[in-house]
Design a protein around this ligand. Structure first.
Ligand SMILES: Cc1ncc(COP(=O)(O)O)c(C=O)c1O
Length: 390
């Protein structure tokens, strides 16, 4: 079966959908069991995705989780109330006091804070590594290293990691490799074909795709599945059925949406490259982006997210640029249908290995589904405000 067909069929088992195309949205806490024998059977069937108690999931969740496994790979999938909760669950499940974690230096900032504050307090040590280090990460592996966490491209500065090289050396030392695959999602990066053991996604982004729900997912291989399944239940993780339903709906249209985001973002990135005020265009499909050749080798495409830097980093001018954009609105997150612009002033505080002084003012864009001419016109008038404020 070809990819587009898979995205239409994924998770549509009659066991969950009945006669309808989509599974019903179950709002359930208590699930009733007919008799003692029925209850015993239900307990036995917990690992087989059958309804037992609301926190374990309902048919709404099971259908979505199955769709995720069919499309992302791995042995099983669980859902979490946000991407950040999914990252937390993954790290908490596979690390304990006395363990060492290797974390890419360009990781999503709250993941870094989780390591620096909560994991540290629990006696888990984090070393940040250069995301472009590839197989040299082996030199940083210690006796107590249990997990190498990757995120590719890196948050905001978009470095592409050599995941196969990292996985190869990690597995030599029986170290688990995790990825935050939110950028690659279900379409553009296949984590299991590149040696990853566990993949986290903020489904809040392109899977939901409409900026109207928070959701996280974790898929993992058979080796790690039971532990994740057991501990996530004990940690109380679940997600609301309406949000899961929105994610399921998002899966059906993610491929054509992403294609449009990709085409529009590439057009705008190329246009930005010609703008005098712009220095670097950090788009994985363009040469300026660190690790671009690895992106060409490992990724199937890009999406609407990329960053650029101003040649001259004048804060006042940057504020004038951002404040005057009309279509690129300012707000965290990305992956919805709308365009966003965000500047990151304190990158230095979000990195350990590089002071990022060479980057000037950086703006991250998420290119939405608006007309590209309208978006370019918006940026043009933003640049005029930047020039006038210099
Ligand atoms: C790369 C990445 N991972 C994880 C998250 C966290 O996801 P959520 O906002 O669903 O908690 C984000 C959110 O912006 C993100 O950009």
């Amino acid at each position: 079966m070809k990819k587009p067909t898979k995205f239409v069929l994924a998770g549509r088992n009659k066991k969950w959908t009945g006669k309808a195309v989509n599974p019903p949205v179950y709002h359930a806490s208590t699930i009733l069991h007919d008799n003692v024998e029925g209850l015993k059977q239900a307990i036995k069937n917990i690992p087989n995705n059958s309804m037992f108690y609301g926190r374990r999931g309902t048919d709404t969740h099971f259908a979505f989780r199955q769709a995720m496994v069919e499309l992302e790979g791995g042995h099983g999938c669980l859902v979490y109330p946000s991407g950040m909760a999914a990252i937390n669950a993954a790290l908490m499940t596979f690390l304990q006091s006395g363990d060492h974690l290797l974390m890419g230096d360009t990781v999503y900032e709250p993941t870094r804070k989780l390591c620096d504050h909560i994991l540290k307090k629990m006696g888990i040590e984090t070393t940040y590594y250069d995301p472009l280090i590839g197989s040299d990460v082996e030199k940083l592996i210690k006796k107590n290293t249990k997990v190498i966490f990757t995120e590719s491209p890196g948050s905001v500065t978009m470095e592409i990691q050599d995941i196969p090289a990292i996985s190869k050396v990690a597995h030599k030392h029986d170290v688990m490799v995790m990825i935050d695959n939110t950028y690659g999602n279900l379409v553009n990066f296949d984590p299991y074909a590149h040696g990853v053991d566990l993949s986290v996604q903020s489904a809040t982004k392109y899977i939901v795709g409409h900026s109207d729900a928070m959701l996280g997912t974790v898929t993992t291989t058979e080796k790690y599945w039971k532990k994740l399944f057991h501990q996530s239940y004990l940690m109380g993780y679940t997600a609301g059925p309406d949000d899961v339903d929105r994610a399921m709906r998002g899966i059906r249209t993610i491929r054509p949406r992403l294609k449009q985001h990709e085409n529009s973002a590439l057009e705008i990135a190329k246009w930005l490259k010609e703008e005098n005020l712009v220095d670097l265009v950090l788009h994985p499909a363009m040469k300026d982006c660190p690790g671009h050749n690895i992106w060409k080798r490992d990724f199937k495409g890009s999406n609407g997210l990329f960053s650029f830097t101003f040649k001259r980093g004048h804060e006042k001018a940057l504020i004038a640029f951002l404040d005057n954009l009309k279509l690129f609105k300012m707000g965290y997150s990305w992956g919805g249908f709308e365009s966003l612009a965000m500047s990151f002033y304190d990158l230095k505080n979000e990195r350990t290995l590089d002071n990022w002084d060479n980057y000037g003012s950086l703006v991250r864009l998420h290119v939405g589904l608006e007309d590209t001419e309208d978006l370019i016109d918006d940026l043009k008038q933003g640049f005029e405000h930047y020039r006038n404020a210099l």
